[in-house]
Design a protein around this ligand. Structure first.
Ligand code: TMP
Length: 217
């Protein structure tokens, strides 16, 4: 008997999967919301997601990973937990939406694990890619928008009460490696990635994000 592939289904459906990636403080949440609003204003069916989160399981895992007073978590455990949340989001939300023809705008996806747990924390990229295959199957973003910002600038933008465990517990060198990691991923797959300088004004960045999305549609 063939094993049941709960985590993997066929090729991506008719929708489009656009992800927004970047270091902490790059403005992903704001820009993802602006993009959703702009696409909706054009009458397009859109759904937004955030990672980790977006499902009952994912929100519980988010609390463990990023909530205040959480337990110590090793980079390997981080990689597994982020991917566990991702696997559930793909099955419950992303694939059904794409199959229904919806544009899915994701604030972070699998590239964040490569950048943070791989380039940042030193987990093997090959191992992380194998793990991502379990979580997402053959799903790949159609377009990934990198909001690029120097680590110090991004970190300085965050207010003390809005910081995640990664901003609070990892040094600036970690965040510099994360940024370099994102840039390396973008350089390796230029047909998927669009790199935008996120130190420009939110309006400027928003225009470029919309342009990158519309070029795909
Ligand atoms: P955010 O929702 O504010 O972007 O916070 C998510 C935090 O989790 C951020 O510091 C990046 C980190 N993260 C990882 O380390 N690996 C991952 O796979 C994802 C999705 C996020």
């Amino acid at each position: 008997m063939q094993p049941r592939e709960a985590y993997s289904s066929g090729p991506p459906g008719r929708g489009r999967f656009i992800t927004i990636e970047g270091p902490d403080g790059a403005g992903k949440t704001l820009q993802a919301q602006r993009l959703v609003d702009a696409l909706e204003a054009r009458g397009l069916p859109v759904r937004s997601t955030r990672e980790p989160g977006g499902t009952a399981l994912g929100e519980r895992i988010r609390e463990i990973l990023l909530g205040p007073g959480g337990p110590p978590i090793s980079p390997g455990a981080d990689a597994l937990l982020f991917n566990a949340a991702r696997a559930q989001l793909v099955v419950e939300v992303i694939r059904p939406a794409l199959e229904a023809g919806t544009i899915v705008v994701g604030a972070r996806h699998a590239d964040s694990t490569l950048a943070y747990q791989g380039y940042g924390a030193g987990v093997s990229l090959a191992a992380l890619r194998a793990l991502a295959d379990v979580a997402v199957g053959d799903l790949r973003p159609d377009r990934t928008i990198l909001l690029d910002i120097p680590a110090e600038v991004g970190l300085a933008r965050k207010t003390a009460d809005g910081v995640t465990r990664f901003e609070a517990s990892f040094d600036v060198e970690f965040h510099q490696r994360v940024r370099e990691g994102f840039l390396a991923l973008a350089a390796a797959e230029p047909e998927r990635w669009v790199v935008i300088d996120a130190s420009a004004s939110p309006e400027d960045v928003g225009r470029q994000v919309l342009e990158a999305a519309l070029a795909l549609l």
